[in-house]
Design a protein around this ligand. Structure first.
Ligand code: NAI
Length: 438
């Protein structure tokens, strides 16, 4: 459904009127396109006095085509600040001193990435100050406006473990990801592709719920990034599913994911060498307040959104269908973080996904060499949200730092980034820093 308000504020009279009325001022987000794959312009690298990564970061940003400089350009499209060694309140003042003079200069749709370190449980000063970076970056993301984003990336080891994350955040692919804290590594979760323009080349992927909406976009982006995709959806969506498979040169697998033997049927349908990427995207809503919710509404949502994810994951890991080096990306929701009136069933299922990721990820990596992460979309413009009553829909669109809804492609870009590896046990919100559950 078209966002007419965003179209209005893109015009000069619309901007004038909405500014006079004190209404939100969304900036049309710049997304990836083959003609414009990068942020363009120059990026600014800022380091604190004892920064260990200054040279490595310069080399990395250079290799990414981000034209790094250490002296402030007139209008940087990106700013990267290495705050990994910041461990005292005095050092924290350096973070303010570095960013304060440049923040206004960052271009529309620009990026600020602060690099931090994991909290050290043996050092409460380091923990306090590194946690302070979280509040700082989340606040900055709320202040920036004009389609600009800010994220904190905690890097536990060599800066190379953050490469796929930096490539994602410092590109138009991360347009709707802001105010997030992301921990990269461990080293076993990282695998650098030979060609960053097709990072999933040679990989096989399965996307559930891919006949339309976000799942279709995920299948499309995974294909763009080089994967051979099998798309799965319920048999009644077979026609749409076949259309998606044909368009992407993939394979259609009509199957209800809640079937007791779904895992075995997926294994049987895949090429002999198995699966590298499993995206659990299929999901349904059956909203009612708990007082009006019968058992069928409760269980239909929990069956699709959680039970089927758990059982198919178990089967595909146990049978070795997901190969070592494999990636599982599940789809949560900010409703699973914040809760939502009328969605006790849906929010329970989506919170369950986050719990699964948290518990399974370290074991799946240790025992199978497979990473497990999740995306948690906010308000995304799909058929699901088009069915929301107009006033609630309008509030959902505007109640985030970018003052607009996301697009299916935003979730798809984040899913593809997680499917490349580089992190484990993360739930990444793709929500424009929604106020819900923030
Ligand atoms: P959608 O309703 O457009 O697409 C969901 C797809 O899943 C449909 O094609 C449907 O046929 C399929 N599906 C449902 N039950 C299935 C089953 N038993 N077996 C196989 N396939 C099944 O939904 P949308 O908006 O694309 O959402 C995709 C995912 O993102 C869902 O998990 C949803 O909960 C999640 N999400 C969506 C948000 C939004 O704003 N649209 C926000 C947060 C999360």
């Amino acid at each position: 459904m078209a966002d007419r308000y965003l179209t209005l504020t893109a015009t000069a009279p619309g901007r004038f009127l909405t500014r006079r009325l004190g209404l939100p001022q969304p900036t049309r987000l710049r997304r990836w396109s083959p003609d414009s794959p990068g942020l363009g312009g120059e990026s600014l690298l800022l380091t604190t006095s004892d920064s260990p990564y200054a040279q490595d970061l310069l080399t990395l940003l250079e290799s990414m085509g981000n034209k790094p400089t250490t002296t402030t350009p007139l209008a940087p499209t990106a700013v990267v600040l290495d705050a990994t060694t910041v461990a005292t309140t005095d050092a924290l003042a350096e973070v303010h001193a570095k960013l304060h003079p440049v923040v206004r200069k960052v271009k529309d749709n620009g990026r600020i990435v602060v690099l931090g370190a994991p909290l050290n449980p043996a050092d409460h000063h380091q923990s306090a100050v590194q946690q302070a970076l979280e509040g700082f970056v989340r606040s900055l993301a709320k202040e920036l406006g004009r389609g600009r984003t800010a994220c904190l990336v905690r890097v536990p080891g060599p800066i190379g473990t953050a490469e796929s994350t930096l490539r994602f955040l410092l590109s138009p692919k991360s347009a709707y990801v802001t105010g997030q804290v992301i921990e990269t590594g461990p080293a076993e979760a990282v695998a650098a592709p030979t060609d960053w323009s097709r990072p999933l080349a040679g990989r096989t992927a399965l996307v559930t719920g891919a006949a339309r909406g976000i799942g279709e976009a995920v299948a499309e982006i995974l294909t763009r990034d080089g994967a051979k995709v099998t798309v799965l959806d319920i048999p009644s969506a077979q026609q749409d599913l076949a259309r998606v498979a044909a368009r992407l040169g993939g394979t259609a697998l009509p199957l209800d994911i809640t079937a007791p033997d779904a895992g075995e049927r997926i294994t049987a349908a895949l090429p002999e060498h198995g699966l590298d990427i499993l995206v659990h995207n299929a999901g349904i809503t059956r909203d009612r307040k708990l007082a009006n919710m019968d058992a069928a509404r409760w269980s239909s949502v929990l069956d699709v959104n959680l039970a089927a994810v758990l059982t198919t994951t178990d089967t595909l890991l146990k049978t070795g269908t997901i190969r070592p080096g494999g990636r599982i990306v599940a789809t949560a929701s900010i409703a699973g973080i914040a809760g939502n009136a009328g969605q006790t069933n849906y929010a329970a299922g989506k919170a369950g996904i986050i719990g699964m990721v948290h518990s399974l990820a370290p074991r799946a990596l240790a025992e199978h060499g497979v990473t497990v992460n999740a995306v948690a979309p906010g308000f995304i413009e799909t058929r699901m949200t088009a069915a929301v009553p107009p006033l609630i829909r309008e509030a959902g669109r505007r109640m985030n730092s970018l003052a607009q809804g996301g697009l299916p492609v935003d979730v798809a870009e984040a899913t593809s980034w997680l499917a490349q590896g580089g992190m484990n046990a993360q739930t990444i919100r793709v929500c424009g820093q929604s106020l819900l559950g923030a």
